[in-house]
Design a protein. Sequence first.
Length: 397
Amino acid sequence: MGERVDVGRVEARDVEALAERLVEFVKPYQEVVGWTSREKQLGAFVSGLLGGTERKSVEPIALAQGADRRQLQHFVGVSPWDHRPLLGRLQQEVGEEIGDPQGALVVDGSAMPKKGTESVGVARQWCGRLGKVENCQLGVFLAYAGKDSSTLVDERLYLPRAGAFDEERRRKAKVPARVTFKKPWELADEMLRQVAPRLPHRWTVGDAEFGRSTAFRDRLAKRGERYVLEVPSTMVVRKVARPKVGRPPTWHRVSYFLRRRDIHEWRRFTVRDGQKEPIEVVALAVRVQTRRHGKPKEETLLAIEALGSQERWAVRVQRAQAHASRGARPGGLEAAPGRGGFRERQGRGGPRSPRGARLARLAPPHDRQPHGAVVPGAGAPEAGGKKQRSPRRCCAS
């Protein structure tokens, strides 16, 4: 990917050299895009997107780069070139530059407000950026976090059910026949199956849009993926049932389940140094059963609260079951990656009441041991488009 620049100390000569470096950066992608004419159009379009033109549509870019407007328009909007080899090249370079066995794959959705009705995927749907139901497009993105850096490595455009089965709209928008209706979590799973073998990682993380799906969590667990996923606060859990001993435990919502936990189960940690004082959290990790259409499955529920603020923090759950004899911390917590990590404080200082838990995570079992985590939360809208206000929780496998 070329020489790295310390973005904290960018000088004028660094900016002036970007144009030359961009030419070198694009060359490997031009090699896989196809014909010579496409190579030229790709170079012009990328330079235009990162150039100084105020409007990033085709015509201003063509004028600024001295390219033929019609040819560039055809390349961007009509030409049937395959973008997947370019993504493959990107993923290869990301693995070489910032690949880390302790890395994480991050799935996330993002809505882009969009006027009109002709563009692919446009519909009235929940737009997190605006905080309401609005005309927008929804993208599902996959990012990779590795050696002190992160970047996007794949993407999918969500095609709403109405648009997916409207042949006239598909024809006008030139949607390929191979593109069918898939839920956001199915798009995320599709990307993970393709990208996960190419990038070294230990965790898969995501918000409640993906964690709410038991099918998604089960697919990750089946492939042996560790995960930390946010889950809705309305999710129900129960204590792990002892086989053939009495009646099975009662199902409860996560928020109620956590309020019933003993105060001594909560542990206090210093995450890192803040601007004024260290940032501290209290956390609880416990094995639970989560509902399925068939037999319940075991996952790890992780709840976290940042002390002295309303900020919410996500932490990972160990793959190995926490045992004192193995030196693991109770609850399955281990040192977090990055600056500082977790430093356990003396004692078990926790909140006055566990009801203060702001975050929880859940994960699936592997040989009776957790290898991922899931988080319930208030990020998704209820029916009718209203946003939930309930506390967050998570699950981990």
